[in-house]
Design a protein around this ligand. Sequence first.
Ligand SMILES: NC(=O)c1ccc[n+]([C@@H]2O[C@H](COP(=O)([O-])OP(=O)(O)OC[C@H]3O[C@@H](n4cnc5c(N)ncnc54)[C@H](OP(=O)(O)O)[C@@H]3O)[C@@H](O)[C@H]2O)c1
Length: 315
Amino acid sequence: MQTKQLGKSDLYITPVGVGAWAMGGGGWKFGWGGQEDQDSIAAIHRALDLGVNWIDTAAVYGLGHSEEIVGRAIKGLSEKPYIFTKGARVWDEDGNIGRSLKADSLRREVENSLRRLDVDVIDLYQIHWPQPDEDIEEGWTALAEMQKEGKLRNIGVSNFSPSQMQRALDIAPITSNQPPYSAVRPGIEDDVLPFCLENNIGVIVYSPMQAGLLTGKMTRERAAGFPENDWRHSNPEFQEPKLSKNLALADVMGEIAKRHDVPTPAVSIAWVLKHPAVTAAIVGMRRADQVDDVVVGGTLELDEQDIAKIDALIR
Ligand SMILES: NC(=O)c1ccc[n+]([C@@H]2O[C@H](COP(=O)([O-])OP(=O)(O)OC[C@H]3O[C@@H](n4cnc5c(N)ncnc54)[C@H](OP(=O)(O)O)[C@@H]3O)[C@@H](O)[C@H]2O)c1
């Protein structure tokens, strides 16, 4: 699989990376319903077998559980994928989630992530959310120091606006930003993507299939029946009036997929990858049988006719 340089770093990454949010399991506030650890590990192994060379997780996914699963999946592998994780979301003994960009908190978080992932260094450590806004400078300075100390190979941000990226850039270079991007949510095209392109900041976009909505497998029945421990249960994109519009978009993607003889999920992924500012897409995979259909998206090239069909529904 072809790789692309992430920003100015020495990381050359495949167009699709494994997103490990759902691998955190269902037992916390932002779970995706039940998830078996062996399914998560099998999905990671299938992706690596197909040539995917990076995994994105976060400390908060399953309150540490996703990082532990990623650590278990890569243990003993002769060729390890790049491991990207995120901090600045903290939790207490009761599982209440808070936000902290304080230097001492981030230092504790990095040590905990290194231990859970069972690695000596983290390839890319990202600030998960720019919150609280007034502590961005303190948090980014702390990450830059830990990079110099050799605990973090590269440092990046996630969900940052251009002005927030500029404040970080004034302190230390940013390897990458991680924003949401899909045909359902194209908003970053106006400001975030041009800023990243101009400043040579890599972009790994998240939720390219809008959390499963654009896969062709989502139905009204499934959207209406998510269990309470699946965060999609109360998400407006899975409810009217948005649901009908999103499913219509998935139908059009299905027609495009048929024309190219590829699975439907590949189309939403190819759509985000066509933007010149986007380095790669983070795709959530929960089971090995989901992996092949999304990895195809990394090599699919959409033509003008396809783009026009999708644009007609979203612009
Ligand atoms: N930085 C941030 O704030 C942030 C926020 C969100 C996500 N992320 C990152 O981005 C990653 C990807 O985003 P995402 O997981 O939200 O959304 P996504 O990649 O758009 O969708 C993933 C979901 O689609 C479904 N799916 C996967 N493969 C499929 C297939 N072949 N056929 C049908 N359905 C399939 C799965 O859910 P079901 O099977 O249950 O339908 C899966 O969990 C996350 O794992 C995380 O690493 C970061």
